[in-house]
Design a protein around this ligand. Structure first.
Ligand code: TXA
Ligand code: MG
Length: 344
């Protein structure tokens, strides 16, 4: 199969993509978070192709992408007032809400759950494709299962060239980490995955937020969790990642003491001069957490090389978008964190 690369700014791109989707095919779509691997979310056979292409476990449900808030009423019921308040504030944008699913949503999409995750992405071309296709797009991140997410069309091509009909190229994703997921099906709203919409922003609207344990700790393979995708060794390159916490100087001392020529250093732009001679890779500026979220997955893909020994990674501290970067990096490191201050 030849994989078409369709530029987002070409006039017939939306129509071509919508036609493929309506016919049950897969199209990779740009969003502000990461590229998704999309199919008609109401078509069981089309959705099955996503699981096959990604090598995704069948028990991991997909997000349904809609073009307008009102559409969620077709797919969800018992929608709480909080859902409308969040949509009003953050949609279109990097927020996914888990709500009770209506029967119209295939079990393949929800992986058999009674709930469904819904999101209205900020990308104009993607919302235009959804409108033209007349169906919601079910889309996980487009990476092969277990690999770092895809934040450019080239990443998607790398993982799926010749295996899917088309990729819509909308340029690099601006947020760069997957959407924030909040579960609104329980008494208290629960954060299942941090992302571009921050916990502080959610609390400002909801007044309350429980942080699920899958966000902050390594989850056992057999544990029952709210978002099945959160327990996989996720986002991880093909080598060992260790987070080196502590001040700039103590981290540099620790890394220089342990570095061997097979290793790599993943650091902030500001730290590059400290690691001259260690082939450092910067993923953004510590002073600008959005640059770190935008750059993280590209960097992890560069480091996805079995020839590399250990990646010593520097991780931002604090809340806001940095909180989502911490979460992805900690998962890539399987929560392996060394406190450089304590090692002095
Ligand atoms: O930014 C994003 O959300 C991207 C773009 C393409 O929109 N999509 C994405 O999809 O990250 P995926 O499949 O890689 O991650 C979706 C996560 C998984 O951890 C899955 O388990 C969880 O959402 N999820 C989906 N439906 C759920 C549900 N009904 N209840 C709880 N978790 C759910
Ligand atoms: Mg994913």
């Amino acid at each position: 199969m030849h994989t078409l690369l369709l530029p987002a700014d070409k006039s017939d791109t939306a129509a071509i993509a919508a036609k493929i989707l309506k016919e049950g095919g897969l199209v990779a779509i740009p969003t502000e978070t990461v590229y998704g691997l999309g199919a008609d979310g109401l078509n069981n056979d089309a959705v099955a192709k996503i699981f096959l292409a990604k090598g995704r476990p069948q028990d991991n449900p997909l997000i349904l992408h809609v073009a307008e808030t009102a559409e969620i009423e077709r797919f969800c019921h018992h929608i709480p007032e909080n859902a409308y308040r969040l949509a009003e504030e953050f949609w279109p944008g990097p927020l996914t809400m888990v709500l009770p699913a209506r029967d119209i949503v295939p079990k393949r999409t929800t992986a058999g759950l009674s709930t469904v995750a819904v999101r209205c992405p900020a990308s104009d071309i993607t919302r235009q494709i959804i409108r033209l296709a007349g169906v919601p797009i079910a889309a996980p991140s487009a990476n092969l299962s277990g690999k770092p997410s895809t934040t450019t069309a080239q990443h998607v091509l790398h993982d799926h060239d010749g295996k899917i009909p088309a990729i819509v190229d909308g340029g690099p994703c601006s947020v760069g980490v997957e959407s924030t997921i909040v579960d609104l099906t329980e008494e208290r709203p629960r954060l299942l995955r941090p992302g571009g919409v921050t916990p502080e922003q959610l609390i400002a609207v909801l007044g309350d937020l429980v942080v699920d344990k899958a966000v902050t700790a390594q989850i056992d393979k057999d544990a029952v969790v709210k978002a099945p995708g959160m327990k996989d060794r996720h986002y991880a390159p093909d080598c060992q990642v260790v987070i080196i916490a502590g001040s700039r100087d103590s981290a540099a001392r620790y890394i220089h003491r342990h570095y061997t020529p097979k290793d790599r250093v993943l650091c902030f732009e500001e730290e590059l001069p400290l690691y001259a001679g260690c082939s450092p890779l910067s993923y953004g500026s510590e002073a600008d957490p959005m640059s770190l979220s935008a750059g993280l997955f590209s960097a992890l893909r560069i480091l996805d090389d079995p020839g590399i020994g250990t990646v010593f990674a520097r991780c931002p501290v604090g809340g806001g978008v940095a909180y989502a970067v911490q979460n992805r990096l900690k998962k890539a490191a399987a929560f392996h964190i060394v406190d450089a201050e304590a090692e002095q």
